[in-house]
Design a protein around this ligand. Structure first.
Ligand code: PMP
Length: 323
């Protein structure tokens, strides 16, 4: 029998789970943090989550969590949409995240994954897909994670999968079940030799990539799909808009973008907590100037890196020190 070779992706080789996780109010060893197969979220995708990054500060003295308040706010907003209501408050979640990182002695760039989920049927609640009559849970796991996207640019293709529409699954919420859409799109792009996929919305306009928002650069202006293009309203997207305007004096347009406009753009980049700022150097067979000397994309990436590492004082309110 042929045993298939398991390819490890770049993300797996550069990450390491921390030894302890938070599960429903307790600190548990990672390998023992298990849930029953009857867990509702496992069966129906009824969970919501966040991806948050912590960065070693530029002096190397601390680890700072980037825009923690905004991530926790989005987690709780997502949770309330799925009636995941009996979970800790924003303050308590913040304290649990900091406590967990300290217990794990996190001293390098890291990733934080809180996940609020539908758990068990409450007494008297019958079997099936539902939101009410089900208890809620919260887990938090953390891992070491550096930049994992190719720094010299990525290649993307347009996916034949459409981005989920807001009237099918709320796109503003980071719902676990929605990620089937992203998984199908990125898998098919990778099998065709690309790094990521651009997804159009049901109107045929550009929406986003599989786990990030998209920006194009045209004549020194940066353009990104608007919040009603069925995107997840990225926290990195909001950060880029502020930095582009305030630090680079660029004009930013939030408006619908047709696929042909992307192909004819000067530059293109993705923004997201995980991918950070990732230059796109090729879309299908079209080449872009995203990593040329003096490209706007690289200026934005540089400023973003300085901000997350605490090198620019004006934005220190976005950083929560762990120690
Ligand atoms: N879209 C999707 C589908 C995502 O999963 C992410 C990552 N959270 C983003 C966009 C970017 O969001 P953020 O900048 O808040 O990480």
């Amino acid at each position: 029998m042929n045993i298939p070779v398991r390819h490890t992706s770049s993300i797996e080789t550069k990450t390491a789970h921390h030894p302890l996780v938070y599960l429903n109010g307790e600190i548990v060893e990672t390998q023992n943090a298990t849930l029953p197969v009857t867990t509702q979220a496992f069966n129906y995708g009824t969970g919501v989550f966040e991806g948050i990054r912590g960065y070693i500060s530029h002096e190397g003295e601390n680890v700072n969590i980037f825009r923690l308040d905004e991530h926790i706010r989005r987690l709780l907003n997502s949770a309330s949409l799925l009636l995941i209501d009996d979970i800790p408050t924003a303050d308590e979640i913040q304290k649990s995240i900091l406590n967990l990182l300290r217990l794990n002695n996190a001293r390098s760039d890291c990733y934080i994954r809180p996940l609020a989920f539908k758990q068990h049927l409450l007494p008297g609640s019958g079997f099936g897909v539902k939101l009410s009559g089900v208890s809620s849970g919260l887990s938090i796991n953390t891992l070491n994670m550096r930049s994992y996207v190719k720094q010299d640019g990525i290649r993307c293709t347009f996916s034949s999968w459409r981005r989920i529409a807001d009237n099918a699954i709320p796109v503003r919420a980071k719902i676990t079940g929605s990620y089937v859409n992203s998984a199908l799109a990125i898998e098919s792009a990778r099998l065709s030799g690309f790094d990521d996929a651009f997804m159009l919305n049901t109107h045929g306009n550009l929406s986003e990539a599989t786990t990030s928002n998209i920006f194009i650069v045209k004549e020194n202006k940066i353009i990104t799909p608007p919040v009603n293009a069925h995107i997840l309203e990225g926290i990195t997207r909001a950060t880029v808009i502020i930095l582009a305007k305030e630090r680079l004096g660029l004009e930013v347009e939030e408006r619908d973008i047709l696929p042909s406009e992307v192909l004819m753009a000067d530059e293109c980049f993705l923004s997201g907590t995980g991918v950070e700022i990732s230059p796109v150097i090729q879309i299908d067979h079209h080449h872009l100037k995203s990593i040329n000397d003096e490209s706007t994309t690289l200026s934005i990436r540089n400023i973003y890196q300085q901000v997350v590492r605490g090198e620019i004082d004006n934005f220190s309110s976005w950083l929560t020190p762990v120690y």
